[in-house]
Design a protein around this ligand. Structure first.
Ligand code: 0PR
Length: 376
């Protein structure tokens, strides 16, 4: 820090210059986050200084957090779910597996996750000293239940299924995983960090949430398809016991026990999430998801017209396009200021997320550039 103070105007000028170097959302096809809904921004500002780490000082926002947990629980088929607003999918996944491990009370434990699992599970293995066993995928890129079964043993403390995989937006056969979990008395965690705010609003009866007996916990992120501010994650357990398995004593605070991973934590994101859920309601989310799916179908049918096929028929607003020399094509697209990502080997493809900030016009411009690059 410099000795001499700078005026607020000078500081703001530096910030504005620096902020101008950030790219803008309208050309992002690579992100599962989006511009928060305006009402989320207003709520966030209003609760900026609140700290859910010491809820006795902020009973108002602590109540909002509980109302969000209840709304999420109702949405996911378990009105009595217990949980909290975390910093995102990574924290929620860590905490779900930590609860499962603590409840199982086994030494040398392992977890069985799909090969398609988000990299947060590799961090979890390291942090919680668990072996992470990766189950194979079938042709449609869902986890192969036989492969899961063959990896489960007496030291397995949790199974993981994904409802909306990071790379392909695929949904694992949660009911089949739940059968194994119930038979063997193992915790089943469903990572719906992305899909949690998509699947309830899609047509069709997706059976993946607490309506499936055997699902013990769910990750669902308001800062992805929930239109809230960053960092808002959601972690829900079927009942209070699992959440209690995470509690630490906090003797000198206003509440005697704390289940969250972080101590000080943002009340602003809980308020933002509450505001956007109340303001949009199910009808607003259904409309937003329908819009994202329209964009998805537009992308896929237009891509087909230039001879580009998706790896799988999209289930949600995540599309993986098969192009030759994927990394080079991506580089060329980046040069043209299109931000796209790539899926992993052996199924290398361009990965696009059709978030609410994407426009049909930009999809068309993107595909024109893609066609030019592919024709070279
Ligand atoms: N689980 C799933 C299924 C995810 O897709 C992600 C993140 C996580 C857990 C972890 O969530 P947090 O990042 O909130 O801890 N999926 C995105 C991804 O890795 C996150 C992301 C978002 C990456 C925006 C880039 C970006 O610009 O692709």
């Amino acid at each position: 820090m410099k000795e001499k103070a700078l005026s607020a105007d000078e500081v703001m000028r530096i910030l504005e210059e620096t902020r101008a170097r950030d790219y803008s959302y309208d050309r992002f096809f690579s992100t599962m986050c989006t511009q928060p809904h305006p009402i989320a921004v207003r709520a966030h500002d209003m609760f900026l200084e609140t700290n859910l780490g010491d809820p006795g000082l902020f009973p108002g926002v602590a109540d909002l957090e509980q109302r969000v947990v209840q709304m999420l629980g109702e949405m996911l088929g378990c009105p009595n779910a217990a949980g909290y607003i975390s910093t995102g999918g990574t924290e929620s996944n860590i905490q779900a597996i930590r609860a499962a491990r603590n409840e199982a009370g086994k030494k040398n434990g392992n977890i069985v996750v799909p090969e398609s699992a988000h990299f947060s599970f590799d961090k979890i293995g390291d942090l919680l000293c668990l072996e992470v066993r990766k189950a194979e995928l079938d042709e449609s890129l869902k986890v192969d239940v036989g492969s899961v079964e063959s990896q489960v043993d007496d030291n397995t403390v949790a199974l993981v299924g994904i409802a909306g995989t990071t790379e392909f937006g695929q949904v694992d056969p949660i009911e089949d995983l739940a059968k194994i979990a119930v038979d063997r008395g193992i915790h089943l965690h469903v990572d719906a960090a992305f899909g949690g705010f998509v699947l309830p609003f899609l047509e069709g009866d997706w059976r993946w949430d607490f309506r499936v007996p055997g699902v013990s916990s769910i990750t669902i992120d308001p800062h992805k398809m929930g239109m809230s501010t960053i960092p808002a994650g959601g972690l829900l357990f079927r009942g209070q016991d699992c959440l209690s398995a995470l509690e630490t004593e906090t003797h000198y605070l206003t509440k005697a026990r704390q289940a969250s991973l972080t101590g000080t934590r943002s009340g602003a994101v809980a308020a933002a999430t509450y505001a956007v859920m109340m303001h949009l309601g199910q009808e607003g989310f259904r409309e937003m998801v329908r819009h994202c799916m329209d964009l998805t179908h537009h992308l896929v049918s237009s891509a087909r017209q230039i001879g580009v096929e998706p790896v799988i028929e999209p289930i949600m607003n995540v599309v993986a396009l098969q192009v030759p020399s994927t990394a080079k094509v991506r580089e060329e697209l980046m040069k043209r200021d299109w931000h796209v990502s790539m899926t992993r080997e052996p199924r290398r493809a361009l990965r696009l997320i059709l978030m609410n900030h994407v426009t049909e016009e930009n999809i068309d411009l993107f595909l024109q550039d893609l066609q030019t690059i592919l024709q070279r």
